[in-house]
Design a protein around this ligand. Sequence first.
Ligand code: AVJ
Ligand code: FE
Length: 446
Amino acid sequence: SVERERVKERIAAELDRSRRRSNGLTLESLDEEDLLAQHSPLMSPLVWDLAHIGNYEEQWLLRAAGGREALRPDIDGLYDAFENPRADRVALPLLRPDEAREYNERVRREVLDTLEGADLSARPPDPAGGDRSLLDAGFVFHMVIQHEHMHDETMLATHQLRRGAPALLEGSTEIGPVIPPEAEEVLVPAGPFTLGTDDDPWSFDNERPARTVDLPAYLIDAAPVSNAAYQAFIDDGGYRDPRWWSPAGWEWRTARGAVAPAFWTLEAGRWARRRFGRHEDVPPNEPVQHVSFHEASAYARWAGKRLPTEAEWEKAARHDPVTGRSHRFPWGDEEPEPRHANLGQRRLGPAPVGAHPDGASPLGVRQMIGDVWEWTSTTFHGYPGFRAFPYREYSEVFFDEGYKVLRGGSWATHPTAVRSTFRNWDHPIRRQIFSGFRCARDVDRD
Ligand code: AVJ
Ligand code: FE
């Protein structure tokens, strides 16, 4: 059908786009030694991510969906993320950069061949996950494209941790109109909304099934917390006052000796930061990034607020109070354009607070997609009726109390790898990711 051809064309274009991005972050920007090095115990050598991307593609698109013979079954173990913790990967007999590139290209040639003959059924995925198939609505191709972009974002975090001369170009400085929100907070009226999805052809298992959630009224920040606002918390002694921190947060802060977000340094009374090898003043107007869940929670308490739950975040991001509908994005159902949100590594950082007024949600909440991942107060679990698909290791094995949900994507997230239902997760101590937050609070009842 015409529709199926259109889906295939889109898949071929997105496969090409993600590969060009991966190559730009590895082969084009760094020499062999840098690619093989371990820049932080938190991260893999970049060449591991590169061949892991190809190996994942081989396993899912060639073997599982395409029914083809394995090209390199001998390397599966090396690139299995569960067999090898990140800190150990540097010691493995990894493919060299040129071997990784050749392998990835070989896989890709065969993938394009299988795509041509693939039967992408037009049947929408079964919400309950019962008789889903890998090819339903192009699912497994969408999964592999998003997987590559997620690793590209991870590679950007590695680049940020890396010491030495800048390797990445700054990108676009064009940000469009900056119009700060009219009020600091937005009131989200009480009532039900649709959380999650049954039929989004790019959705992962953990975004399903959809359900109706009825929330009491609450207030949510109209924009992410800025560096200037966060600095007021630092200046007020926030990092020295256990009143603002949870017991686990205080323990982390003390053991880590944290006094500010990651990559910040105090110089002659002014905060500076390192950003992709560049040294610069901290811009007051930008959303704060590289904060842990514990830092975000401490700030919120200091400000007399709290973090939003993920349901509160999602309602503010996609509920239209006029129609009662939940949209795919804050601005509606159209695909993200540069005017809506700062996504896809167009620049190497968040846009200032007030950018992208065209990306506001129907309630007027701003910058929910792109700029910085936003910590929520919710522990990562499956929704009621969750069914793992197509493998437990994508998300189900992380449903264990140790992870907090982040929403909305960052400037480093590709537009195909985020929507208002997308759920990311990480340990509450992590801050090498592009993480920030906004606050919420209950409506006073007096
Ligand atoms: C969804 C970003 C938490 O990077 O650990 C990559 C994505 N899954 N390879 C991760 C993922 C398999 C995942 N996150
Ligand atoms: Fe992976």
